[in-house]
Design a protein around this ligand. Structure first.
Ligand SMILES: Nc1ncnc2c1ncn2[C@@H]1O[C@H](COP(=O)(O)OP(=O)(O)OP(=O)(O)O)[C@@H](O)[C@H]1O
Ligand SMILES: [Mg+2]
Length: 229
């Protein structure tokens, strides 16, 4: 049992292999020759100054863009050669900096929408699963029927995490998930991510400016700013 866990924890699920990226053809490189491995069962932090390319790196990891040079490998296979829609709706859960929740819909409706989009079959009613996810992100079950626009920033952050978890992805990426939260909430969100990684074997990748979040991670990748010329 313990041995299996240790083997699983050491396996890279996502790899950046000599990746460079520029937003325009022949334009300045935002990322240059990045090689890094992300493993199942671990919380990884990506740090670096504003403009260093952290969000860009997440969009390559989450299959929203393809590298200009190099490869992103998911389970050893080049992401650019796979169905990226399938990857995005099944394998990876993304928590955006601005949450991207639908404010007029309820908490449960927001979560169920992404279950529907995954096209996955679920063994229980989706509403029941949504309520279960709320417990996992430390929100009371009554919140299921609350509209997003009535929730605080920290509560919306928790719903965004629940939504990203809704179809059981192997990788969770989050852009500044604790950006505007007080220290207690920040610690609680980090404990949710650590439980996901350590007890459910999810690979969690977090972009953060916070030294506390970085310290609570298993591994930190520091993205150095590129020298401009
Ligand atoms: N859509 C885009 N088109 C052109 N350039 C972009 C685009 N998005 C980002 N950039 C540029 O790429 C560089 C890296 O941006 P990115 O958003 O990845 O930085 P970041 O490390 O996430 O910064 P922050 O900490 O401020 O969020 C910046 O110079 C930015 O201006
Ligand atoms: Mg960013």
């Amino acid at each position: 049992m313990t041995e299996t866990t240790a083997t699983t924890a050491a396996k890279p699920i996502l790899e950046l292999d000599n990746v460079s990226y520029s937003y325009t053809k022949g334009g300045k490189k935002v990322l240059k020759n990045i090689t890094h491995a992300f493993r199942t069962g671990e919380v990884h932090s990506i740090t670096g100054p504003s403009g260093a390319g952290k969000t860009t790196m997440l969009s390559l990891i989450s299959g929203l863009a393809n590298p200009t040079e190099g490869k992103v490998l998911y389970n050893g296979k080049d992401l650019a050669k796979q169905d990226r829609y399938d990857y995005r709706s099944h394998d990876i859960g993304v928590i955006f900096q601005s949450f991207n929740l639908l404010p007029q819909l309820t908490v449960a409706e927001n979560i169920m929408l992404s279950m529907d989009a995954s096209g996955k079959k679920f063994d229980k009613p989706k509403k029941e699963l949504a309520v279960g996810l709320l417990e996992q992100v430390h929100l009371p079950a009554e919140y299921a029927n609350e509209r997003i626009l009535h929730l605080s920033g920290g509560e919306q952050q928790r719903v965004a995490i629940a939504r990203a978890l809704s179809y059981g992805p192997s990788v969770i990426v989050a852009d500044e998930p604790t950006g505007n939260l007080d220290m207690g909430t920040q610690e609680d969100i980090m404990s949710i991510f650590r439980t996901l990684a350590h007890e459910q074997g999810v690979c969690v990748i977090i972009v953060t400016h916070s030294p506390e979040v970085a310290a609570a991670s298993d591994e930190v990748f520091e993205l150095a700013p590129l020298r401009r010329r």
